[in-house]
Design a protein. Structure first.
Length: 141
């Protein structure tokens, strides 16, 4: 459990995108710019996997893996669902999330990369598994 908590990625939040709350993974400026330089100007697809890890005691982690079709870009983000349930509720609702540097503003739209989930039902299934795992935590209190 401690090893997982040490790996948790905490730079996530929500932002308003056309009137919808969209989950966002925040990357430092350099990492975001490096990623964009590798894929810029290419038709891109992003294979997105949500791997759910739980201990049966109500602790639920989700490892989000991103494999870009060009640029040899692979990213992994481990999120502690117990603390960021809203992220996954929004992901299931919008079926998309954003990658951006910390200082994203709507006027600077070239500094955001939107990822549409290819299989929206997977986000809903993941949310159901997360909620089920979290219920084990509250039922034992």
């Amino acid at each position: 459990m401690e090893k997982l908590l040490e790996r948790v990625y905490k730079d996530i939040d929500m932002f308003d995108f056309n009137g919808k709350n969209v989950p966002r993974i925040i990357l430092d400026d350099r990492k975001f710019d490096d990623m964009m330089s590798k894929i810029q100007g290419k038709p891109i697809s992003v294979n997105t996997n949500l791997n759910i890890l739980q201990d049966g005691l109500g602790h639920v982690f989700v490892e989000i893996t991103l494999d870009f079709s060009h640029g040899d870009v692979h990213e992994e983000f481990l999120i502690y669902a117990n603390e960021f349930l809203e992220f996954f509720e929004s992901l299931a609702n919008t079926t998309m999330f954003a990658l951006s540097p910390p200082n994203y503003a709507e006027v600077n739209q070239d500094k955001i990369f939107m990822v549409q989930l290819p299989k929206p039902e997977k986000a809903i299934e993941a949310l159901n598994i997360i909620k089920s795992g979290l219920q084990k935590n509250t039922s034992e209190l």
